[in-house]
Write a protein that binds this ligand. Structure first.
Ligand SMILES: Nc1ncnc2c1ncn2[C@@H]1O[C@H](COP(=O)(O)OP(=O)(O)OP(=O)(O)O)[C@@H](O)[C@H]1O
Length: 640
């Protein structure tokens, strides 16, 4: 039995005899079926949606005005239907769909009720719905199969075994006809000459992702936009199969479908100016416009284009078309369907899954894995930076070749090498991570709002996946300079030098991320981080003697990891030097040993390990502040 056809014929047939079932519940049980999720209609009554927007009339005012996005709309979607929402741009289609799927952002107010079966949509969880956004977003370096495995790990109930997860992925690939491209990389949609997915295939992969949890309701925002007519037809036929074969309800916003494509849908909802201009079978829309509104669709004219022209042109005011519809027989059918659903309400039916989300460490493990894979598969940024670092290290090494000696002139070379070891691990990594984070945010926002993982998982996964870079980069850079400059021939000194440079880079990156998360925008963060960096560098003990720093700036010395690292390296390499030859030139002052060098900079031998520990604390402290800001911004939807 084609449930979709049965339901839509039943509910939208205004002339149905009086003894036919009146509600979805009755219809299901009447047909001998079980009342389950496939029997649930979606209906909404007196729905008003407002957005809180800044009032332009008040310059820099914080006074908020309420903008009406949906104006007192009613509607009914029978179970197992393929529904198209159409309307001019800005009409309120996405707002309506988001309201039906309980996906409205926090600053949007909703009045009225949206119910699925007898339960308010607010009680449904994200895994009860599939929600396909207008613009697909993927981790483009993954293949279709890898992407679906990753999604299965994060989306499916944790009680489902690994074997069954894999089976589910393979079944969906098969069902949606993705077998041909299962091992093709998804891509970013902008590759030249590389084999990646086509636009239509990307849309189907989006479906596949949403279908993993087998949700009974699927909402799709413009799934055919940007596709040629063949791909659009392909996408719609996939949706059609989901409805007819699996009893799902699929609601989608669609632009400019051909008449043939439009008639595939069981129901068409026209939205105009925040109101409903028509709701019912697409085959009857032209007769509604002809008999009620007085517009006749010319023969051989695309019906969808004709309707859109009327709703956008304003030949007859959109409001009066909506008024005509509200007074029509079709609107009465919908009102009756809603009243019947409310009358026959069966509140004891529980449709809310007992879904157990995967544990936090499991999500962290898979998300970290995806970031690492991204770095390996798309290493452009890291490899370029790494090669640049090696190049700089070789050039610095050449500059200091043979000059680092325990002589009066050699002291300057020693300090120059330490400066170069610190400075290269201070600025570049900081600005590099600051630029990388905003690139990751769109995908994070999408997956976060879909309830895939939390802000803490994203933060921790990012941090963990950065560890290899954090170790490899400074180690290679320091080792090259260490060897070429000929620093202390001692394994302990070498390891401690590497650890100090790793810590400098770790604190720099944590500081960069902290500024990003405090200010919430890259440009603002850069504006503030640059002066901060300069102060940190000036108070490093190289450009101004620590003793002469004004007392009120002394605290900065303790958070200047530039100073902490530079002092630690100076102590490490000078503390055991008991003789430095004086120059023949009487004008060159003579520092007799390592302690004279340390005295010159006001450095104290006992500070070596405390400075290393202080850098560890700075790393932790910056990340704690940064994490708190990030989580707060994610909750308030203020990440940009
Ligand atoms: N968060 C928001 N804050 C303020 N106004 C909003 C918000 N979201 C949508 N709007 C406004 O509400 C109206 C309806 O927007 P919506 O996105 O629902 O339209 P649409 O019919 O889906 O348009 P399109 O086809 O162009 O995507 C538009 O005028 C839009 O500017």
């Amino acid at each position: 039995m084609d449930l979709a056809a049965t339901y839509s014929a039943h509910f939208f047939n205004a002339d149905a005899p009086a003894d036919v079932p009146k509600s979805a519940f009755q219809l299901c049980t009447h047909n001998g079926g079980q009342y389950d999720e496939s029997c649930l209609p979606i209906y909404w009554e007196n729905l008003n949606v407002h957005a809180l927007v800044k009032n332009d009339r008040w310059f820099r005012s914080s006074v908020m005005a309420r903008k009406l996005l949906l104006n007192n709309v009613d509607g009914y979607i029978p179970p197992c239907s393929l529904v198209a929402i159409m309307g001019p741009s800005g009409a309120g289609k996405s707002t309506l769909m988001a309201a039906l799927a309980n996906k409205l952002p926090a600053h949007i107010e909703l009045e009225g009720s949206v119910k699925i079966g007898s339960i308010s949509v607010k009680n449904f969880k994200s895994y009860n719905f599939g929600y396909m956004y207008q613009h697909d977003l993927f981790c483009g370096v993954l293949t279709v199969k890898e992407h679906l495995y990753f999604m299965a790990k994060l989306k499916l109930d944790r009680r489902i075994s690994e074997k069954n997860q894999k089976a589910r992925v393979l079944a969906i690939i098969d069902e949606l006809g993705l077998s041909q491209c299962a091992n093709t990389k998804i891509g970013f949609g902008r590759e030249n000459g590389k084999i990646t997915l086509s636009g239509g295939e990307r849309k189907i992969v989006s479906f596949a992702t949403e279908l993993l949890t087998d949700p009974p309701f699927l909402f799709c925002d413009e799934p055919t936009t940007g596709l040629d007519s063949y791909s659009a037809k392909n996408v719609v036929s996939v949706m059609q199969r989901l409805v007819s074969d699996q009893g799902k309800t699929v609601v989608c916003i669609i632009h400019q479908p051909s008449s043939e494509l439009l008639n595939v849908f069981q129901q068409l909802i026209l939205v105009a100016d925040g109101r409903i201009a028509y709701s019912g079978p697409p085959v009857r829309v032209t007769s509604f416009f002809e008999s009620c509104v007085g517009f006749r669709c010319p023969e051989n004219y695309n019906c969808a284009d004709f309707i859109m022209k009327i709703l956008s042109d304003g030949n007859k005011s959109v409001n009066s078309i909506c008024d005509e519809f509200a007074a029509s027989k079709q609107a009465e059918v919908i009102k009756n369907a809603i009243s019947n659903e409310i009358y026959f309400e069966t509140s004891s039916i529980s449709v809310l899954h007992n879904h157990l989300s995967p544990f936090w460490p499991v999500k962290l493990y898979h998300l970290t894995g995806r970031y690492l894979l991204e770095k390996v598969r798309d290493p452009t940024i890291d490899v370029h930076r790494f090669l640049q670092k090696v190049g700089i290290a070789v050039m610095v090494g050449l500059c200091y070749l043979g000059t680092v000696q325990r002589t009066q002139n050699g002291i300057q070379s020693f300090q120059g090498v330490f400066f170069m070891l610190i400075t290269e691990n201070f600025f570049t990594p900081m600005y590099s991570v600051m630029n990388q984070l905003p690139v990751q945010l769109p995908l994070f926002r999408r997956e976060y709002t879909s309830g895939l993982y939390g802000a803490s998982t994203f933060y921790a996964a990012n941090l963990l996946s950065f560890i290899p870079t954090l170790i490899i980069e400074p180690t290679v850079y320091t080792t090259i300079i260490y060897c070429m400059a000929g620093l202390k021939n001692d394994l302990y000194a070498y390891f401690l030098t590497v650890i100090i440079t790793i810590l400098v880079m770790a604190v720099s990156t944590s500081c960069g991320i902290m500024f990003n998360n405090i200010f919430g925008s890259l440009s603002l963060a850069l504006t503030f981080v640059q002066p901060f960096d300069n102060v940190i560098m000036i108070l490093s003990g190289i450009f101004v003697n620590i003793r002469s720093i004004p007392w009120y700036l002394h605290w900065i010395v303790f958070i200047s990891w530039f100073e902490l690292g530079f002092e630690a390296l100076t102590i490490l390499h000078w503390k055991d030097v008991d003789y430095i030859a004086c120059s023949q030139d009487p004008d060159v002052p003579c520092l007799m040993d390592g302690s004279d060098v340390l005295d010159k900079y006001e450095f104290t031998v006992s500070n070596l390990m405390p400075h290393i520990y202080l850098m560890v604390w700075l790393f932790v402290g910056f990340h704690v502040i940064s994490f708190a800001c990030f989580v707060t911004r994610a909750r308030l939807n203020k990440l940009s």
